[in-house]
Write a protein that binds this ligand. Structure first.
Ligand code: GCU
Length: 680
């Protein structure tokens, strides 16, 4: 039985005899041009693969040009045998890039994997392994690749007591209690999984940070993790609590312009680098949702961020400052607050600062239009923050493949700073020449045997890595690769699992928040429907967002409303300001629309809302049928796990539909269309 622990790296016996012979031949004599810890990691991976594929271990030869069949190394190590043109081609692939294919060595041709650095060789090896697993390997074909984003990062929202903020897959995998003495083998598997999809940075701790992580005892623990991750090309970051100088430094202030505070951070940072010489830097949430920050001292975000950036820069460290800021004391539409704060500061941040911006302006809703900060600040480094953990998307019970959402965001046209700009091109630095580019994802990993709670949530970890490496990849090609690696090569499985994956996102949007509705989920836990939620601060209530009344529904963010639409480029304003022109998926995000408003298909808004909710439920049932039809082809344990969860998802889709439609009906005072399942 398969409990999902091995993720997409569950290497299987090779059935294709021709391939098996070819692979056995390659693995019978492997030569590494150099020696370093990353090559040891590669050898370990080749051993795991070989044992499963052909039932025997690979052989590593000590000498070149004896009987070796398979060569690995860096461009420099290969330099004697590569032509200058070949060397130039590989060099152009950059730090993390790699090349694989036939290389002529002393008159004979050998299959080789070459990187500019050892980590490139590692990425190339993982790619090669995938070609074997998906039966697409050909030793005579050249292939090269390199990432379009420099920092491909997981953000763990893990607390030091091992609870995980918005985590739905058990507890934190960081066993702080037994670190640094005990290295859980799981850390190595975690590093392997990340490296196999190109992830090269992790922030270990919650953005709602605990200053204790910056004490010497915890630094030693973080160092132990950094040592495990290093051969896999993964750098460690930590979250820095802005008030740490007071909590652990004995100071009375955390004012970023105070000399003692500056000194505290310099010393702290130096100390971290004494343990972790390649430490990545800090990730900071400040002046947001009650977290401390520079505003307490009348300083702005740039002053706060730059002070920390100065402490990091002698070591080459980065300071990642989050743009997720909003305050309930601010009467302004929450959608607008980040732009209001950051646009005036554009150009005031140091070079080693990156502003990390959520994909949308509210908070990881099932669907959001892209964040208006993308394209608005162009003299400051920007990075993306996606949420892999499904806080607002059914947590660990709903099957929702998130790549289509991320793809939609990355492909969105910002029209700023140039007419052809998209969120993706901005992130790649194509528009501004930004060098240190970043895509981060809030991790969905925990202590559950299968890492992510829902087996299919593994696809989101996988897809995140793939899109961070190449924001131009498509969700369909990623779905296909994940399915082949996770389940099987069988055509029926690939196409049916693909169907489920690709429909699942729109399905969830349909039964949760269709047509631009947002933030109508249960209070604080964000699970299940709660469009009626009131009380406490306004921007944590649901009616703040849906604005339903007897006339209609939706948040007017046009120029006559909150004006948030104005934060976008004029082309976007033009496309979205007219409720008849805006893509219907964003309609109620920007417009308050009468219940009888006519949509493009002739339905009234009220009917259309009802059809979307109903459609969501029907699609879940279709996903169940498709899954059931695969019973004979899927491992029984995995089959049953997903089947049970889909049954829960069906109930929850009905719950969402019934709750939302019955609630909104109290405003619309209209009957449901007769051809939908009547909510009760
Ligand atoms: C959401 C989430 C919080 C989290 C916050 C953040 O609001 O519910 O748990 O702390 O985002 O991104 O900082």
């Amino acid at each position: 039985a398969n409990d999902g622990y091995k993720l997409w790296m569950d290497y299987q016996k090779i059935e294709n005899l021709e391939l098996k012979t070819e692979v056995s031949d390659l693995l019978s004599n492997i030569y590494f041009f150099g020696k370093n810890p990353t090559y040891e990691a590669i050898k370990n991976e080749l051993k795991l693969a070989s044992d499963s594929w052909i039932g025997r271990s690979p052989k590593f030869s000590q000498e070149r040009l004896t009987s070796a069949k398979f060569y690995l190394g860096t461009r420099e190590e290969f330099s004697q045998v590569l032509s200058l043109t070949q060397q130039a081609e590989i060099k152009a692939l950059g730090e993390d890039g790699y090349w694989m294919g036939p290389v002529e060595i002393e008159g004979k041709t050998y299959f080789s994997i070459i990187g500019n650095k050892p980590v490139g060789v590692l990425y190339g090896t993982y790619k090669w392994i995938k070609t074997i697993q998906t039966n697409t390997f050909s030793k005579d074909t050249e292939f090269s690749d390199s990432p379009k984003i420099k920092l491909r990062m997981l953000n763990h929202w893990d607390n030091l007591d091992r609870t995980v903020e918005r985590g739905y897959a058990g507890f934190s995998i960081w066993d702080w209690h037994r670190l640094p003495g005990y290295i859980d083998p799981r850390y190595i598997d975690y590093a392997r999984a990340n490296a196999s999809i190109g992830i090269n940075a992790v922030s270990l701790t919650n953005v709602n940070a605990n200053a204790l992580i910056l004490t010497t005892d915890f630094m030693k623990k973080a160092k132990a993790l950094a040592d495990v991750f290093r051969p896999y090309g993964i750098k460690v970051f930590l979250t820095a609590r802005f008030s740490a100088p007071m909590q652990i430094g004995g100071l009375e202030t955390a004012d970023p312009l105070n000399s003692e505070v500056i000194d505290f951070w310099k010393k702290k940072t130096d100390e971290i680098y004494s343990f972790i010489p390649d430490f990545g830097g800090f990730l900071v949430k400040a002046n947001s949702e009650g977290q401390p920050g520079p505003h307490e001292y009348g300083r702005n975000h740039a002053e706060g961020a730059n002070m920390l950036a100065d402490a990091l820069s002698p070591h080459g460290g980065l300071l990642i400052w989050r743009a997720f800021v909003y305050s309930h004391e601010d009467e302004v539409d929450r959608h607008m607050q980040a732009n209001n704060e950051f646009e005036p500061l554009d150009g005031k941040f140091k070079d080693n600062v990156i502003i990390q911006i959520k994909n949308g302006a509210i908070d990881f809703q099932p669907r959001e239009p892209f964040h208006p900060l993308f394209g608005s600040i162009n003299k400051t480094n920007v990075g993306m923050e996606f949420q892999i953990t499904q806080e607002y998307l059914g947590q660990a019970t709903n099957l929702v493949y998130l790549a289509p959402m991320w793809e939609e965001v990355l492909k969105s046209k910002t029209y700023k700073p140039s007419p052809a700009s998209t969120v993706g091109s901005v992130l790649e630095g194509k528009e501004t020449g930004q060098k240190t580019t970043l895509i981060a994802g809030v991790s969905n990993i925990g202590t559950d045997r299968n890492w992510t709670g829902h087996l299919f949530a593994q696809s989101n970890w996988f897809a995140f890595g793939k899109l961070a490496w190449n924001p131009e990849a498509t969700s369909a090609e990623i779905a296909e690769e994940w399915t082949k690696l996770t389940f099987s090569q069988n055509q029926e499985v690939v196409s049916k699992v693909g169907e489920i994956l690709l429909v699942s996102y729109e399905t969830a949007v349909n039964y949760m928040t269709p047509l631009g509705l947002h933030h109508i989920m249960g209070r604080s836990h964000h699970y299940g429907p709660g469009p009626w939620v009131v009380g406490g601060r306004a921007d944590w209530t649901a009616p703040y967002y849906h604005q339903a009344d007897s006339l209609g529904i939706g948040f007017d963010r046009t120029i006559d409303g909150s004006g948030a639409l104005n934060q976008y480029a004029p082309e976007v304003v033009k496309n979205w300001e007219d409720p008849h022109q805006i893509p219907e998926k964003y309609l109620l995000w920007f417009h308050h629309v009468p219940w009888d408003f006519e949509l493009s298909n002739g339905n009234t808004l009220w009917e259309e809302i009802a059809y979307h909710y109903d459609q969501g439920v029907k699609e879940v049932r279709q996903m169940q049928k498709t899954w059931d039809s695969l019973e004979s082809q899927i491992d029984p344990e995995e089959f049953d796990h997903v089947k049970q969860l889909l049954a829960i998802q069906e109930e929850e889709a009905e719950w969402w539909r019934n709750a939302c439609l019955l609630y909104f009906q109290t405003f619309s005072n209209r009957p449901f269309p007769s051809d939908i399942e009547q909510p009760e």
